[in-house]
Write a protein that binds this ligand. Sequence first.
Ligand SMILES: *[C@@H]1O[C@H](CO)[C@@H](O)[C@H](O)[C@H]1NC(C)=O
Ligand SMILES: *[C@@H]1O[C@H](CO)[C@@H](O)[C@H](O)[C@H]1NC(C)=O
Ligand SMILES: *[C@@H]1O[C@H](CO)[C@@H](O)[C@H](O)[C@H]1NC(C)=O
Ligand SMILES: *[C@@H]1O[C@H](CO)[C@@H](O)[C@H](O)[C@H]1NC(C)=O
Ligand SMILES: *[C@@H]1O[C@H](CO)[C@@H](O)[C@H](O)[C@H]1NC(C)=O
Length: 227
Amino acid sequence: MRSAGWVPVALLSVGIVSACQSTGLAPTGDRVVGAVGCTVVFPGPEHIDTTGVVRWEYKQNENDPELTVVLYYVASPNPEILPEYKDRVVFNMSDWSLGLKMQLADQGLYRLRREEEEKSGKWIKLEVIEPLSKPELFRNSSLAGSTIEMVCNVTVGRVDSYQWKKDHKPLPRSDHYQLSWNNSVLLILNAIQADSGCYSCKVTNEVSENETSLELTISADGNLYSE
Ligand SMILES: *[C@@H]1O[C@H](CO)[C@@H](O)[C@H](O)[C@H]1NC(C)=O
Ligand SMILES: *[C@@H]1O[C@H](CO)[C@@H](O)[C@H](O)[C@H]1NC(C)=O
Ligand SMILES: *[C@@H]1O[C@H](CO)[C@@H](O)[C@H](O)[C@H]1NC(C)=O
Ligand SMILES: *[C@@H]1O[C@H](CO)[C@@H](O)[C@H](O)[C@H]1NC(C)=O
Ligand SMILES: *[C@@H]1O[C@H](CO)[C@@H](O)[C@H](O)[C@H]1NC(C)=O
């Protein structure tokens, strides 16, 4: 239970705490995906040495030169940490794990390196993704008989999928509804009174989901009923 001792709360900024895992995210295999502002914990090795030098290295892309984020002379009182990481990196001197509070620019490859190359760790790929902001829902009409276009717009973060519901149920499959732009746009063709209701749009990506809804009230066309 390597991550049990972590107290990421102290590292997290308020605001997105809810989206972060309380123990800090750990890689499975050689890839990890995390949210901006959350903490990832790269585990230390199986066995630690009692002498020597150990580094945590970073490179943005495969062919880039590597940067030493943490340099630790084993048994010295403190690790050396690259200035731009100082306030958001925690190197654990007893198990050599590295905790990192993520920013978008932290994407890339990380590994633990020791003096003896064959004892170094594998490169682990970190992807950092922005949690999605609450979508905004727009409609261009609410008139019976018209084509109503509803747009689900997210200003922060890249959306992987959009899901629409009407009155908390998935939209019925029918020609009456048309989805486009990767499902971010919903068209209601030839709207009728029964199209009135609560429409919601749920957006998801690998690190978050968010949702918003809009009450649509179809008003009769023509001037007879002016309401
Ligand atoms: C460092 O790692 C050890 C062993 O996994 C753990 O017991 C300890 O709580 C960790 N220290 C911190 C500051 O997280
Ligand atoms: C949705 O986004 C808003 C900011 O636009 C954020 O405050 C809120 O926490 C998000 N909700 C979820 C469930 O992530
Ligand atoms: C709303 O947008 C749709 C799709 O662009 C369009 O066909 C329709 O005429 C628009 N409705 C109004 C009232 O502007
Ligand atoms: C959606 O948001 C983008 C900016 O994030 C803006 O340019 C665009 O006009 C918005 N779309 C609608 C329908 O408001
Ligand atoms: C739809 O999603 C794909 C994959 O995420 C993206 O490359 C493309 O630009 C999106 N298209 C639109 C119209 O948003």
